[in-house]
Write a protein that binds this ligand. Sequence first.
Ligand SMILES: *Cc1c(COP(=O)(O)O)cnc(C)c1O
Length: 430
Amino acid sequence: MRMLSTRGIAPAASISDAIAAGLAPDGGLYMPASLPSFTPADFDGADTLAQVAQRLLRPFFAGDALEGELAAICATAFAVEPPLRVFGEANDYILELFHGATAAFKDYGASFLAAALAALPRGDRPLTILVATSGDTGAAVGAAFHHKPGVRVAILYPDGRVSPRQAHQLGCFGDNVRAFRVDGSFDDCQKLVKTLLSDAAFKQDVPLGSANSISLGRLLPQMAYYAHAALGHWRAGGNPLNFVVPTGNLGNALACFLARSMGLPIGRLVLANNANDVLARFFEGGDYAPQASRTTLANAMDVGAPSNFERLQWLEPDAARLRAELSAESVSDDEIRATIVDAFQRHGEIVCPHTACAVRVLQRLRARGAVGDWAVVATAHPAKFPEVVEPLIGREVPLPAALAAMLARPSHAQPLAGDARALGDLLRVP
Ligand SMILES: *Cc1c(COP(=O)(O)O)cnc(C)c1O
């Protein structure tokens, strides 16, 4: 299938070219030219996450250089099955996407992208993967590419705006994975990446790829866990599953939206924002008005200008129709704290600050009379945010083994002014 740019100027690309490029040459984001449509019966016999992923993604890879590799890529990227389990009340569920290498949902998309890029033919110069991160992306991408031959990774994160544990993770890889702590916000990091990725002359010197959620190689595979969870739920009881998704740059929630558009048994989709409420304002009827990002307890969602909104608008340019299909609500830091305490005291559940936003939004929806089966999406393990969670619940959060191993390694990040020239010069050095 052909991939098109949201800006409509760049020529159509194959999916492997779109994955290798990250951003389209006209500065737009790649999207599939059409969305295939499925019924649940199309997935008969596909039970594991990897099997569901392969069937779901097959139409996008038809005729592509990676078509023959898709099964193997899915087997690598989707080896970890995310549990969907009851959360507190009957009909409330939690989909735990944090059982991968770095304990956040981004491990799925990052491993898919790394496996896809590793399967593509490479030139003799190494590919440099640029990744801006508000916390979790960088670690997931670092882990997915660490020691992969022919690829190096430059992680850019906002200095002082990620948790100490996240900062440690970002700097602990070494070898082909370098971390830069940028004097600025996440949006500044993202701007640096976009500037270099759209600089054709620079890319002649230094072949670049992207691993942000702007890369189709991360976005499309994220549909798989929604499809798998919704199909499992549908098979068990014949009901669609509604989702509340913690949302920052809108990559994870957009994947859910796409899966639903392709016919998977997904009901309502509600986005949970932190105090960065640009989407909540839009879906409540305001203009789409990007803002400077605000620092919150759910720092991986501190995004004032969510990149993937451009894709959503490309899919549905009519604001009224978009508002009929999706909604978004904003959650304050005080509510995040109260929700973490409440989930622990009432249900013995420990949730991370991002997941807490979704839990709070579901509580509001239920209070307003929402019926049916709803799943909140747990985007990270609470042990990644001990400085927020532990004082609230009054105990230590046990570390998953993979996270403990990473934190035991030494960590280093290089300081960087928010300046594309300076970064370009550093990257020219092999
Ligand atoms: C990245 C991240 C989010 C936001 O996901 P988007 O795809 O950017 O909307 C939410 N929670 C956690 C823990 C994250 O790491």
